[in-house]
Write a protein that binds this ligand. Sequence first.
Ligand code: MOS
Length: 771
Amino acid sequence: MTSTPTAPTRTPSPVETGTGRSVGRPLDRVDGTAKTTGAARYAAEHPHPGLAHAALVHAAVTRGRITGIDAAGAEAVPGVLAVITHENAPAMKPPPPVSVLNLSSLASGSSVNYLNTDEVHWNGQPVAVVVAETPEAARHAAGLVRVSYRELPATVDFAAEEGNAVPQKSSALQSGGARKGDAEAALAAAPVSVDLRFTTPPYHHNAIEPHATTAVWDGDRLTVHEGTQNITWLRDHLALRFGVPVRNVRVVAPYVGGAFGGKTMVWAGTVLTVLAARVTGRPVRMALTREGVYRTVGGRTPSAQRVALGARADGTLTALIHTSVTQTGRTGGLPEQATSQSRHLYAAENILLRQNLVELDAVPNTPMRAPGESIGTFALESAVDELACALGLDPIELRMRNEPERNPVDGKRFAHRMLREAYALGAERFGWSGRTPEPGSMRDGGWLVGLGVASAYHPSWQMPANVTVRLSADGSVVVRCGFHEMGMGGATAQAQIAADALGVPFEAVRVEYGDSDLPSGPGAGGSAQTASVAASLLAACEKLKGSLLALARRSGGSPLRGRRPGDLEARDGGLWAGPAGPGETYAAILARAGRDSAEAAVGSDTRVGKVTGQLRFMSKLLRDRRRWVKAACGAHFCEVRVDPDTGEVRVSRWLGVFDVGRVVNAKMVASQLRGGIVMGIGMALSEETLVDPRNGRIMNPGLADYHVPVHADVPPIDVHCLDVPDPTMPLGLLGVGEVSVTGVAAAIANAVRHATGRRVRDLPVTPDKLL
Ligand code: MOS
């Protein structure tokens, strides 16, 4: 019998124990100065000799075929280089069909092969692109292109089509319906119940940096500057569409001026800029106008939802029903998991969840910060509040009485769940006990004051990431991974993590990211990027320390001779046997070995390496899913003031208490969480994409008519994180990008209900709905 060696015992590194010097500190972003001084170059700011500029022409009909294009007026504009239409555009390969076996295929925002077809699938679809010496000439000329159409019947009105919705398929990446017991019967039998309909409008992406692309061909090699959330998908997509090898395409995206899901897919502007560069033989830039973003980049789906809750007199939930109808475009789009959070938040005895979908002749919708849960929590958390009113129970108390021990729909364990603690701490800090429950009972001069709460919930997961770490004899460390920086501070966080893992100062670490020539990283989505990169980075640092130790052991005279990795601690720029034990610096190890540097890699970008990495990750994901439910969650506390004469709602105070696992950098995390709350305030009170029900044309495509919150709309926002690591996630991180937007609209609607007695179930809560 052979004995199995036992795993070496290992001293956890400072980054794991939280005793390191960098993780947890509220450090400034490493790219902060470059951004605030204007030194950071965004996609539309790359100068290129001979740069030309492009502008889109949008279809003015909803559905149909182009019967003629008169480009003469546009071509006569001085400086115009080309008017590219389906009549003269070179053929591109069509977008690949979406398949989970080919993750890059998910990048196709739409199946439309722009300018290789005379078909129009939505009002605003690009039908031509004009290239000129200046952006002004291109835009002016684009307005002179005359397009005639043969119109076809179209379906554009979500409200009218809601009844034709069909069941939404669930997928490996999305939660679908669920059924436990007989929820309808339990609802009918419940002594106290609510059965409510909620509607939410479409919302659009309004990142500070509108979508922009600079494309440069050099023979068959293509370089693209674009603020994308997924450089790998974009690179692969462009290689496929333009028929060149993947290695010939480089996507560079060191800075992304906000994205929130809107820059995950590949949209028309990108493809057509690359096409324009190919046709004209010039480097071409296209910066979309705000209107261009609305017409060509999807936003958040509208929704109609039913939430019905039945309870015993003590508040115990006997029935929870949540059904949704959302929309996709006929040529693509994201089916949203609007009932996702309803699988996890309440221990109802009977549960029925169902998601339905309608397809419209509209620009395909796309992820927008917490797709699914943003609108789903509005409905669920409003209904729970209404049930509390019906029961005469405090809404926090009602939640706590139904806080589940295990995942309600299937009995799985929660990897980690601190919602109870979030509410307890929040109630104390916010002064919840000062709330008098009667609607309209709190006033401040002429204002009606209302206080509301709602839960936040967002699933946590992880993606593959390839990382290399190099340590040089001068003590500097370079981390390389093609991840994305949309403003959240990704490079800063990874530098903190590497610094602690290797026991070097934060300042010694440089992180390279945002370039498809780097080892491929995860997309910035699903709030999963930081944890995903961290997992591989930690593994790479362990490998690196292992090889440095091996180097030390091979050479005579090292105090580390005979030491095993498990005995050692990384600190003070080297490896040491415990706090007082012998050891030496990395510099000394490298010097003795006659080496300039040492490097370690996790993952590989060879074809085999990619497939293996992907399979390993998918199997881990599925294994974890069978065992655990992982999520970030939180409790929102909101105070509003409502003017009873005008219906004006002002958010006057906010506290969010979150369980996001370990906090790598309190400053960046707070800023992410605040941003989500601001986005939620917009969703609740002012944002709404208005679609003409006759022709599907977006009527308010710009910031003049689509109202995002400005500073004057946003009160000081207090956020607090419980900062307890999740035991099942890399470094204990649950993700912070999306959780805080969830629940916000409900907290506001609940506060408005408390202030006025009015329950608004149709977002946004505009003054007309309160008068
Ligand atoms: Mo996000 S909606 O995963 O960028």
